[in-house]
Design a protein around this ligand. Structure first.
Ligand code: FAD
Ligand code: FES
Length: 355
């Protein structure tokens, strides 16, 4: 059943219960090979932090790229669970994973070249990057993300969420909102000067953060550049005509960190009373004339006015903020299956990075 032990050539992974087989190159991880083949493998961070890519090794030899015990429990390890994003193959393997049924119907990702058409500063640390692609990207859903690289400059791709619903983009264009991460390679390069005209490569679409079919009240919470996929989702709700009550709580430090306010106003106009945008500032000076809410965006979940147990939540932004929002929503009575999120992991969240 198994091939010969080899470190050099590609190895085959047989995936059950879908019955698919994929080839995994010697330098590729299992998740990357599966996503490149268009398999709807659950995932988020791709750096061994979130645990969403976990699957069961039924048979065969693997090489873990990191210690799975940072993320997986003792029982999961006992049961043969592994993290696909941290796994290289050392032999033919058999793997059990439940593929995402909706994602299975989506187009497989594709790598497409393009050029930065313009880059516009939205706040002191967030840049809107518009890219004109050489050809259209396969259809994506609002909320999904792509991988961006700059050939010859930054070859290792970084993930960025599409900042607009597909119907709001010009054909063959995509946009991302990119926050400067201090000492971050890609974002320091992008923010250093106007990079319009530079060639880039965009691979996608990826991810399973998209609007679920439901008219349940929708509570969106985002911080920083996490606004991007939420804006795309809201544009989709707005384009379809608001069939549900929607509240978007946006956490920022000061008024200087607020952006897309005109987009939010436009969505509110179309919402005809169904949509509220609530910015919450955590570090606005006491002396300022800001008369909106202050504190952490998750604090306001304890306020009256949200029917938390009967709502769906869509969360996006820094991992710490999402974790506290999930805790607050669970305490408020929301069931886990109605909480959808994308955590913006970066290399500092890599499994073991801080160990
Ligand atoms: C699904 C998804 C969607 C995302 N969408 C967006 C988005 O729409 N907008 C957005 O702004 N961001 C988004 N991100 C985050 C984005 O992918 C990048 O991680 C981020 O932009 C930082 O990239 P960088 O190259 O500048 O930083 P990197 O060079 O990757 O470094 C990031 C940080 O980690 C530190 N670091 C680097 N290597 C290590 C190490 N080995 N150990 C410890 N620390 C280390 C660096 O000093 C830096 O502080 C998303 C992430 C995910 C997973
Ligand atoms: S995608 Fe593998 S641990 Fe997050």
């Amino acid at each position: 059943m198994f091939g010969f032990f080899s470190r050099k050539g590609p190895q085959v992974a047989h995936i059950s219960p879908s019955g698919t087989s994929i080839e995994v190159g010697p330098e590729d991880n299992l998740l990357k090979a599966a996503l490149d083949k268009g398999l709807a493998w659950p995932h988020n961070c791709r750096v061994g932090s979130c645990g969403q890519c976990k699957c069961r090794l039924v048979s065969g030899k693997i090489k873990p790229l990191n210690d799975f015990s940072y993320v997986l429990s003792g029982e999961e390890l006992e049961a043969g669970m592994i993290l696909a994003c941290q796994t290289r193959l050392r032999s033919e393997v058999e793997i059990e994973v439940a593929l995402d049924q909706t994602a299975a119907k989506l187009s497989p990702p594709k790598s497409i070249g393009g050029v930065i058409a313009n880059a516009r500063q939205l706040t002191h640390d967030i840049l809107a990057v518009h890219i004109k692609l050489d050809e259209s990207i396969p259809p994506y859903l609002a909320g999904q993300y792509a991988e961006l690289s700059v050939p010859g400059v930054i070859d290792k791709p970084r993930s960025y969420s599409f900042a607009s619903a597909p119907e709001k983009e010009l054909p063959g264009h995509v946009s991302f909102y990119i926050r400067h991460v201090p000492n971050g390679e890609m974002t320091t390069w992008l923010h250093a000067e106007n990079r319009a005209g530079h060639r880039v490569s965009v691979t996608g679409p990826y991810g399973s953060f998209w609007l679920r079919d439901s008219n349940a009240p929708m509570l969106c919470i985002a911080g920083g550049s996490g606004l991007a996929p939420i804006k795309a989702l809201l544009e989709q709700v707005s384009e379809r005509g608001f069939q549900r009550r929607v509240v978007f709580v946006f956490g920022a430090r000061t008024r200087d960190d607020l952006y897309c306010l005109d987009d939010m106003r436009r969505i509110k106009e179309r919402g005809k009373g169904q949509f509220d945008f609530i910015p919450v500032l955590s570090r606005e000076p006491e002396s300022s004339d800001w008369n909106g809410l202050r504190g952490n965006c998750t604090d306001i979940l304890s306020y009256d006015g949200f029917d938390i147990p009967n709502s769906h939540a869509y969360l996006c932004g820094p991992p710490g903020m999402i974790d506290s929002a999930i805790d607050a929503l669970a305490r408020g009575g929301m069931s886990q299956e109605n909480i959808f999120f994308d955590k913006f992991f970066d290399a500092s969240n890599m499994q073991g990075a801080r160990a």
